[in-house]
Design a protein around this ligand. Structure first.
Ligand SMILES: [Zn+2]
Length: 685
């Protein structure tokens, strides 16, 4: 292909690719397949390779090109980038309208343009000869930073505006009266204001990936958007799939209202938000607000309110500014995403990569319709930054699909009894050494098997022979651990729907199902409970034996080694293992936690059929001929008596079979009445 020919072909390919990008990323439509789109891009790439001098900045192949910067250049804004004053109620909105009506008494009627207020980062874009020339951040409102390289990586931002003819065709469709003005004024130079943000899904993905790498997570979507745009290396920005909306047209292209600006912006190929709406009165503004407040959870991105703008541009201009905000615009914020509660504890959770995350256990609080019980503190730096102590009263915030955050502490409410949190020197799960690598915020457990072990433990705890909780597969357990919601099985019972719904694998229904399953599962038979503790050598059979012999957690817990050894079918090794388990401080704490979490043993007391043996305690030793020992015990219970596994002064009878053990000797010593099998039979008949 000759150079001239190639040049023409390249121009056509660029326009075509840009148009399909516009359809896909801006209008959410697709006219050609992905494969066809790729083929166009490949052809362009090959031509550019052949004729490198023909590569231009607006080529779709040039989105991620630049080298990392040393620092950002400063950019002065042609007009200041303003912020908004806030309103929180209809009353405040009415007051705002009254104020502006007073300022311009000749304006009889105000109409508004309402936009969803996205929690992102404000940017300014300048297009010259239709090509993106400069993109900058707000900075202090007057001077921002040149982040053009990074903004170029955002697929929904055009590197080149749509051709004039295409733009005119869509303006004609949307509002014909704007066409003549646009034709006259548009010379390819456009200044745009907009917002860069990330979707909730992308936010979750990025934090998930960071967790996997052992890095600390971002606090909220705005953090990532801001952090990504202000990245010196554009490759990092490109890896974060940012999105954008344009919301103001600064250049005069014949627009008379704010709504016109949105029409022109979208006709030029910029992405505008389709949910925005013209409202002819404050009444309609309230309707718009009321419609979105409860539905914001369904949006793919975070919004924290709506922006209400006087629609008539000349009125808007005449209203001027107050401080750093326009008088003619206001942010009408949603309430209720925050709540005030107490930090009851700060625990350290161990993640898959061994990273230690401090997580606050909260007094249950209702935020945006759900009850939350945990807030992540992300890492030690964040904990120090917030200066949060155990016992503190805090403001918590739920930012969409993530574990809630603590926004700030209310230090004036301190009593002096608050305790500072310290990152433990040893891993709370496995006791291994904790380290912090240079240049990283996270602390790590040095034991590679640590996470895997607690994962296995939780999995065992909910398995069929144990608590038998449905809906807790490997992945879900992993996620609960990663999010810091669960570090040992007792934590499971504290989960609420509000904890679960934000997680990746949970819909409202599955969350409700799991919470219900945990609630019913809390009431458990004694043998299952013992089995679930995961004591070494204690399988289902042994658990049944232990349950029968001891009847309650307390008596099992306080059983002496001797008592345990005297149980038939329980060998010395098992007895020792059980005895040791209950003497371990951590295990005792775990038992207390289970109790606190509401775990209850179902009583399986058989109804006594008679009162004949009421108040009498029997101890059996040796082998009986007519009964197994369990049957003999059942008989005693049926008659209102009790059985115990060891002899004491309060024992009424010791029943001896063949080969009686030490209990026989003890009974003789204590003077407890001794029955042989025949005498026992006579007594119970
Ligand atoms: Zn560990």
């Amino acid at each position: 292909m000759k150079r001239q020919e190639a040049k023409q072909r390249i121009e056509k390919l660029k326009k075509e690719i840009n148009y399909h990008r516009y359809l896909y990323h801006v209008l959410d439509r697709q006219e050609i397949s992905d494969a066809a789109h790729d083929a166009l891009k490949n052809e362009l790439e090959e031509l550019e390779l052949q004729f490198p001098e023909l590569v231009t900045a607006d080529s779709p192949t040039q989105r991620v090109g630049g080298e990392p910067l040393e620092k950002f250049k400063k950019v002065a804004h042609s007009a200041p980038m303003l912020s908004f004053n806030d309103a929180f109620s209809e009353e405040e909105m009415r007051e705002w309208e009254e104020r502006i009506v007073k300022l311009l008494p000749k304006e009889k009627h105000y109409s508004y343009y309402c936009e969803l207020k996205i929690d992102g980062l404000a940017i300014s874009l300048i297009y010259e000869h239709e090509v993106l020339k400069t993109g900058s951040t707000r900075g202090d409102g007057k001077v921002g930073e040149d982040v053009t390289q990074n903004l170029r990586t955002i697929a929904s931002l055009p590197l080149r505006l749509l051709e004039k003819e295409r733009a005119i065709a869509s303006i004609r469709k949307l509002k014909k009266s704007l066409v003549p003005g646009f034709k006259k004024k548009y010379r390819g130079r456009v200044e745009v204001r907009g917002e860069v943000f990330i979707t909730k899904k992308e936010f979750a993905r990025i934090n998930r990936d960071r967790k996997k790498q052992g890095a600390s997570s971002f606090a909220n979507p705005r953090n990532i958007a801001a952090g990504s745009v202000r990245q010196l290396d554009p490759k990092v920005t490109a890896s974060r799939r940012l999105d954008s909306f344009a919301y103001a047209l600064m250049s005069d292209l014949g627009q008379e209202t704010h709504e016109d600006e949105h029409i022109l912006l979208s006709a030029l190929g910029l992405k505008t938000n389709n949910n925005n709406k013209y409202c002819k009165s404050l009444r309609e503004v309230f309707d718009f607000y009321t419609r979105w407040a409860p539905n914001r959870e369904k949006l793919p991105y975070e919004i924290d309110g709506i922006v209400v703008i006087v629609n008539d541009n000349s009125v808007f201009r005449r209203l001027g500014t107050v401080g750093k905000a326009s008088r003619g615009a206001i942010a009408y914020k949603f309430a209720g995403m925050e709540a005030v509660t107490r930090v009851e504890d700060i625990k350290v959770q161990v993640g898959r990569g061994g990273s230690l995350t401090p997580v606050a256990t909260l007094r249950p609080a209702r935020v945006a319709g759900v009850v939350i019980t945990h807030a992540t503190l992300h890492n030690m730096d964040e904990t120090i930054r917030l200066d949060v102590k155990i016992g503190d009263t805090v403001i918590v915030q739920r930012a969409g699909d993530v574990i809630p955050d603590i926004v700030r502490v209310l230090p004036k409410l301190r009593t002096g009894k608050e305790r500072a949190f310290r990152m433990p020197k040893k891993c709370p799960v496995c006791g291994s050494r904790v380290v912090r690598h240079k240049g990283e915020v996270a602390h790590y457990c040095t034991n590679k098997k640590c996470f895997a072990r607690s994962h296995k433990w939780i999995k065992y705890f909910v398995s069929r022979g144990a608590f038998d909780i449905e809906g807790l597969g490997d992945k879900i357990i992993e996620q609960l651990m990663n999010e810091g919601l669960v570090s040992d099985p007792a934590d499971l019972f504290k989960l609420t729907e509000g904890d679960l719904v934000p997680l990746e694998r949970f819909a409202a229904k599955s969350a409700a199902n799991l919470v219900a399953a945990l609630k019913t599962g809390k009431h458990i038979s004694f043998p299952r409970f013992i089995y679930a503790l995961g004591i070494k050598h204690v399988g289902e059979e042994t658990a049944i034996d232990l349950a029968k012999n001891f009847g309650s957690v307390e008596s099992l817990q306080h059983a002496t080694l001797e008592q345990l050894q005297s149980i038939r079918d329980i060998g010395g090794v098992v007895a020792k293992s059980v005895h040791e388990w209950f003497r371990d401080k951590e295990n005792v704490k775990f038992l207390q936690n289970l109790k606190k979490a509401g775990v209850k043993i179902k009583s399986e007391k058989r109804e006594a059929k008679s009162e004949k043996l009421r108040g009498k305690t029997f101890v059996f030793t040796g082998e009986l001929g007519r009964f197994t020992r369990d049957e003999a015990r059942d008989k005693v219970r049926e008659l209102g008596g009790e059985s115990a596994s060891s002899v004491s002064k309060s024992t009424a009878y010791v029943v001896i079979g063949s080969d009686p053990g030490s209990k026989y000797e003890k009974a003789k010593k204590l003077g407890v009445k001794i029955l042989n099998e025949k005498e026992f039979l006579k007594l119970i008949s």
